[in-house]
Ligand binder design. Sequence first.
Ligand SMILES: C[S@@+](CC[C@H](N)C(=O)[O-])C[C@H]1O[C@@H](n2cnc3c(N)ncnc32)[C@H](O)[C@@H]1O
Length: 183
Amino acid sequence: MKERKAELRRKYDTTAKAYDTRYTDIQNRKYLEVFSKFDVKVSDVIVDVGSGTGLLLDFLHYNKGNIFCCDLSFNMLKEGKKKHQHDHFVCADSEFLPFRDSSADIVSSFTVFQNLPNPSAVMNQIIPILKYGGALILTALQKKYKIEDLRKLIAQTNLKIDTIWNLTYEDTSVIARKVENKC
Ligand SMILES: C[S@@+](CC[C@H](N)C(=O)[O-])C[C@H]1O[C@@H](n2cnc3c(N)ncnc32)[C@H](O)[C@@H]1O
């Protein structure tokens, strides 16, 4: 497991400079589709897990709330910091998220979960960070995550699904809320 993470970190560290050129268009299509179903408030605190170079931050722009970009790859974050000197970039493994309980209105994660060796462990980190009523916005590559797989992941938690669907490009997507009582 450690090896897999080290391998991923190396891969993204090595390719960080080329990431935006290669992926801005495709990731923007995903953000556009997801945020046509979900409004972000300027006051929202957002933790973006596996943020990479902060393309989500670029996309949300003025309407971004207070976003914390969090990634395993230092070089991906460094590219993000070049674009957004005054925003928050945190180098951390998603299995050990350094955020306080009930501190986030939104936890997002775009095109990351298909890479994670232990997705349930990451969910266990995400849930406490979310406020009650807060939203998890998660997408993952369809070739690894079908809608049923995302449903199973959410079923283990106290999140309630608002919407779950296949994005037009590449990913499966879910928007779910943290509730006190699922029934
Ligand atoms: C396909 S990129 C997606 C980046 C960004 N979410 C986007 O929309 O452009 C996957 C990102 O997940 C990060 N990642 C992979 N495993 C991780 C882990 N265990 N903890 C935190 N980030 C991780 C990688 O470093 C990489 O930046």
